[in-house]
Design a protein around this ligand. Structure first.
Ligand SMILES: [Mg+2]
Ligand SMILES: [Zn+2]
Length: 261
């Protein structure tokens, strides 16, 4: 009889760390940084005012079209992105994850776009740390314009129409558990800052930890949900101000023994 599954070469990693990008990994919104490549380093009022709530992806598409029409090149957009500073302590957190890569799988879930995230990560030398990047597809077309596409379609009423991070996290956890021989992650960590990092909190359990950036929207919204006793919110909440705060918490939890490897 042939074995049903091939012997695995490495034990599965025990922990999953999910990262937002804008204002979590980098200390600014990448879209705001890129706008500084526009003529006069800002957008005209008519373009700024064309934004409609819940349609941010379409708005950014108009911004990028405007920039291409005004001669802003791929090189200048790329260099704006590459020069966004990392959030304080985030590089220490990446060094910690690199040094403990047998235990941690790292993934990005971001409503920015693939071009910005990969450009920044390649410059920072951290692209190899990430198993997957879930974000809006983006590439330059023949006219030199960066074209964005929505990440997916979903039916969540709380999220912008191009992305629900809860759907992404639930699907990823289910798929990885299956791929890992039915072994779930021992714990899941989520490092974020924004209002769109709230919906995925409902996919996490009582062993998992949410790291909301202190005094940012995700932190304020989680506090309100905790006070209101929101049903389905089971995750532990540990606010962070620098990446070192996250390292300190991971160090404590990493010492625990795993249950399937
Ligand atoms: Mg963010
Ligand atoms: Zn959602």
């Amino acid at each position: 009889m042939a074995a049903l599954s091939a012997p695995s070469t490495a034990p599965p990693k025990r922990f999953l760390v999910l990262f937002d990008f804008d204002e979590t990994i980098v200390n600014e919104s990448s879209d705001d940084a890129v706008v500084r490549a526009a003529p006069g380093q800002q957008l005209p009022d008519w373009l700024r005012q064309s934004y409609r709530e819940g349609h941010y992806n379409e708005h950014m598409q108009r911004v990028l079209a405007y920039m291409a029409e005004h001669g802003v090149t791929e090189d200048s957009i790329r260099s704006m992105v590459e020069n966004i500073p990392p959030t304080p302590g985030l590089l220490s957190l990446f060094q910690y994850l690199q040094a403990h890569k047998q235990d941690f799988e790292s993934v990005v879930v971001s409503d920015a776009n693939m071009y910005f995230i990969e450009a920044w990560m390649e410059r920072a030398g951290v692209r190899h740390l990430f198993h997957r990047i879930f974000t809006n597809p983006a590439s330059f077309d023949a006219e030199g314009r960066l074209v964005l596409l929505p990440f997916h379609a979903h039916s969540c009423q709380q999220c912008p129409e191009n992305m629900c991070k809860q759907v992404i996290v639930r699907e990823y956890l289910a798929r990885r558990q299956q791929e890992r021989g039915d072994c779930p992650f021992q714990r899941v960590f989520y490092v974020g800052d924004g209002a769109n990092d709230i919906c995925p909190m409902l996919a996490l359990g009582p062993r998992d930890t949410a790291f909301p950036r202190r005094d940012f929207p995700m932190h304020r919204l989680l506090q309100k949900m905790q006070e209101a006793g929101t049903e389905g919110l089971k995750v532990n909440v540990v606010p962070w101000a620098t990446g070192q705060d996250v390292v300190d918490c991971l160090k404590r939890l990493e010492k625990e023994r795993g249950h399937c490897s």
